[in-house]
Design a protein around this ligand. Structure first.
Ligand code: SAM
Length: 291
């Protein structure tokens, strides 16, 4: 089929990646952002918000499995889970696969993204809308964590990048709010961009984490659409043992959870915390900033 239009992602200075849209399925200016959904021969259906790739049907499994299963299986008894952002609801679907989760609260600023995703991404989120444990709150994530009297074992920040409405989700104020609503022994993980392309974003976040938590760092996943190398997922907790849960224990928890994954394995989980030197140096730079 001949491509009718090209969509370029304009996230990185001096570099852009573009997708051929075989068919534009939907385009809308929501109250908060510009949303477009199109079909691409390589990645399936692609969702962009404000010209930045959010999710594709072909590789969403990498990001959603690694953002959910790593902290939930490391924690081992996550009952109350909070997602901030996550409008496409693919992350909620992955997190709800854990039967230990009693309630999953998702705080998303833009209802239009959720409504839209329910209609167009049913294969990765239909189970969410039928699950009584799913509790959707339409609100700003910063305001929610500043005011909520709920407490959570695991917080997953599935944000847009630090431009537009998502920029507040990279501030110290927001991370302090997350700490406030985290139970003792809880863990916060965040979407932290591709360190090769977005080094400052990682240094800044780790710097904020280190001022608030005993363990501040990141782990990695290779997401094909987030180009430029591995993607960093921020890691912040007061339980310094959580990053070191043994493969044997992870194997037991993984078997008990009965998950059918395409990227996550306990061995990948352990290896994800091994950082290439240039990323380790960014993490160290962040930690030193807080010292
Ligand atoms: N996987 C994606 C990525 O990294 O590109 C992110 C997916 S998800 C679609 C991001 C969601 O964060 C969007 O639906 C957006 O509306 C939401 N969001 C942005 N700013 C927010 C805020 N301040 N509070 C809550 N949700 C927010």
């Amino acid at each position: 089929m001949t491509a009718t239009k090209t969509f370029a992602e304009v996230l990185h200075k001096g570099f852009r990646v573009s997708f051929d849209a075989d068919r534009i399925l939907y385009e809308q200016k929501t109250e908060h952002q510009h949303l477009v959904l199109f079909e691409n021969a390589c990645f399936g259906r692609v969702l962009m918000l404000d010209d930045i790739t959010q999710v594709t049907t072909a590789d969403e499994f990498v990001y959603h499995e690694m953002l959910s299963h790593v902290p939930i299986l490391a924690h081992g008894n996550a009952r109350q889970v909070l997602i901030i952002g996550g409008g496409d609801c693919g992350l909620a679907e992955e997190a709800l696969k854990h039967e230990t989760v009693e309630r999953l609260t998702q705080v998303e600023i833009d209802r239009a993204v959720v409504d839209f995703a329910a209609e167009h991404f049913a294969e990765m989120n239909a189970a969410v809308f039928e699950d009584a444990r799913f509790d959707l709150v339409i609100a700003d994530g910063v305001e929610f964590v500043a005011a909520s009297d709920r407490r959570f074992d695991v917080i997953l920040v599935d944000s847009t990048d630090p431009v537009g409405p998502g920029s507040v989700l990279f501030t110290k104020e927001f991370y302090a709010g997350c700490r406030r609503v985290l139970r003792p022994g809880g863990v916060l993980v965040t979407q932290n961009g591709v360190p090769f392309m977005q080094a400052d974003e990682l240094v800044d976040s780790v710097g904020h984490f280190a001022g608030l938590f005993a363990d501040a760092g990141c782990y990695l996943a290779t997401v094909p659409t987030y180009v430029g190398g591995q993607m960093a997922l921020g890691w912040a907790t007061d339980d310094t043992g959580l990053r070191n849960v043994s493969e044997a224990v992870l194997n037991e928890r993984f078997a008990a959870a009965n998950l059918d994954t395409s990227y996550y394995t306990p061995a990948v989980h352990r290896a994800a915390f091994a950082l290439p030197r240039y990323i380790d140096e960014l993490v160290e730079k962040g930690r030193r900033r807080a010292a």
